[in-house]
Design a protein around this ligand. Structure first.
Ligand SMILES: [Zn+2]
Length: 328
C-alpha cells in the first residue's frame, strides 16, 4: 500500500500537459548482446567479425532511417572473441551514430549461479571497452542490464549488487516487451547454415507475427498493473534475425502509433520509480514485477507462445525459462 501511494503521489505531481503528452504511446529500443551474438552454441570467432559487421550495418542503417534512439548493451567477452579491434570498431560505429552503450557484464553469466563477488567482478570487467568508447564520444556509461534480467535470486544477492551498481553510477535498464528473439534466432541460424531457405523465410514471417502479438500483449499487462500505458522499453538482441527483419520490426511499432524515445526519456515516467525488489530466479518483464509490487493479480498464461514448429526446430540453445508460469 505504501508503494502504491508513493506511485500515485508521483503520478499526481506530473503537470497536466505532460500527462496528456503521456497519452501518446512511446517506446525506447534496447538491443542486447552487442557487438553480435551468433545464436549458436559456440563462442564467437574472428571469422564471425565480417558477418557481425554486415548485421550491425543493417541494424544501424534502419535505425538511422527511422530516427530511433537506441541503447546497446555490450558483452565484453564477445568484443574480445571476435578480435578486440573488430569488436571495438562495431561499438564505435554505434556511438558515432548517436547510440548509447550500456554494460551487460563481461561474459553474460547467469547471476543465479554466481556469488556476489563473482558478479561484481563481471560488472567491473564489463566496462573495459564501453567506458573508453563512450568517453571518446563525450558520453558516460549510465545503464546496466542483467543477463536474462536475472536481478537476484536471494535478497542478499539482489540488494548487495543493486547497491554496488548504484555506487558505480549505474541505473538499471528495465524492459517491458520481449519477443523470444534469441530462440527464433537459434533456429534461424541453423536454417541459414543448412541453406533451408523456405524454413528461414517462414520463420521470419512467424517471428514478426509473434512480435506483433507480444507488442499487443504487454501494453495490456502494463495497463492492468499500473492503470495506464507507461513508455514501453523493447528488448531485442544484436543477431542475424533482427538484422534481416529490422525494417519490418520497427514498422510494427510505427503502425501502432508509437513514438521512439531514448531509454532515459522512457525512465522519466514515474512507473520506473517503483522499486525493483522482486527476488526470483527468473527474468520476468517489468509489467509482472510492477503487478507483484502493487499487489495486482495478473495472468501470465495469457502471454502468447512462440510457434511450436520453431521451438521444436533442431537442437535448441539451452536458456532460462522466459516466463515463470508458476509465479505469475
Ligand atoms: Zn543478453
Amino acid at each position: 500500500m505504501r508503494l502504491l501511494s508513493l506511485f500515485v503521489a508521483a503520478l499526481l505531481t506530473i503537470p497536466l500537459a505532460s500527462r496528456l503528452g503521456a497519452q501518446t504511446r512511446t517506446v525506447a529500443l534496447t538491443i542486447d548482446d552487442l557487438p553480435f551474438v551468433t545464436g549458436e552454441d559456440k563462442p564467437l570467432l574472428p571469422v564471425d567479425a565480417m558477418g557481425a559487421q554486415g548485421a550491425n550495418q543493417k541494424l544501424l542503417s534502419s535505425i538511422a532511417r527511422h530516427h530511433v534512439p537506441v541503447t546497446g548493451f555490450v558483452i565484453q567477452k564477445n568484443v574480445e572473441e571476435m578480435g578486440s579491434r573488430a569488436g571495438t570498431e562495431i561499438l564505435r560505429e554505434w556511438t558515432q551514430r548517436g547510440s548509447d552503450l550500456g554494460n551487460h557484464t563481461y561474459s553474460h553469466p547467469n547471476f543465479n549461479d554466481l556469488t556476489i563477488e563473482q558478479f561484481e567482478d563481471q560488472i567491473v570487467r564489463g566496462e573495459a571497452s564501453i567506458v573508453p568508447v563512450m568517453k571518446a564520444a563525450g558520453r558516460r556509461v549510465e545503464f546496466f542490464r542483467f543477463p536474462a534480467n536475472h536481478t537476484g535470486d536471494t535478497r542478499e544477492k539482489h540488494d548487495t549488487v543493486a547497491a554496488f551498481l548504484a555506487q558505480r553510477g549505474y541505473r538499471l535498464a528495465p524492459c517491458t516487451i520481449e519477443t523470444s528473439d534469441w530462440m527464433f534466432n537459434a533456429a534461424y541460424v541453423q536454417m541459414l547454415n543448412s541453406h533451408d531457405k523456405a524454413s528461414a523465410s517462414r520463420l521470419r514471417l512467424d517471428y514478426l507475427a509473434f512480435t506483433a502479438a507480444q507488442i499487443d500483449y504487454f501494453p495490456g499487462l502494463n495497463h492492468q498493473a499500473v492503470g495506464y500505458e507507461p513508455p514501453q522499453i523493447m528488448l531485442i538482441h544484436d543477431n542475424q534475425l533482427n538484422a534481416d527483419v529490422i525494417e519490418q520490426l520497427l514498422a510494427l511499432f510505427e503502425k501502432r502509433h508509437y513514438r521512439w524515445v531514448t531509454l532515459s526519456e522512457a525512465e522519466k515516467d514515474p512507473v520506473y520509480q517503483i522499486p525493483e525488489t522482486l527476488i526470483t530466479m527468473y527474468g520476468p518483464m517489468w509489467g509482472y514485477r510492477w503487478a507483484r509490487e502493487l499487489n495486482v493479480k495478473v495472468d501470465g498464461s495469457l502471454e502468447p507462445d512462440p510457434p511450436k514448429w520453431v521451438t521444436d526446430y533442431g537442437k535448441q540453445t539451452p536458456a532460462p525459462a522466459r516466463r515463470p508460469q508458476s509465479e505469475f
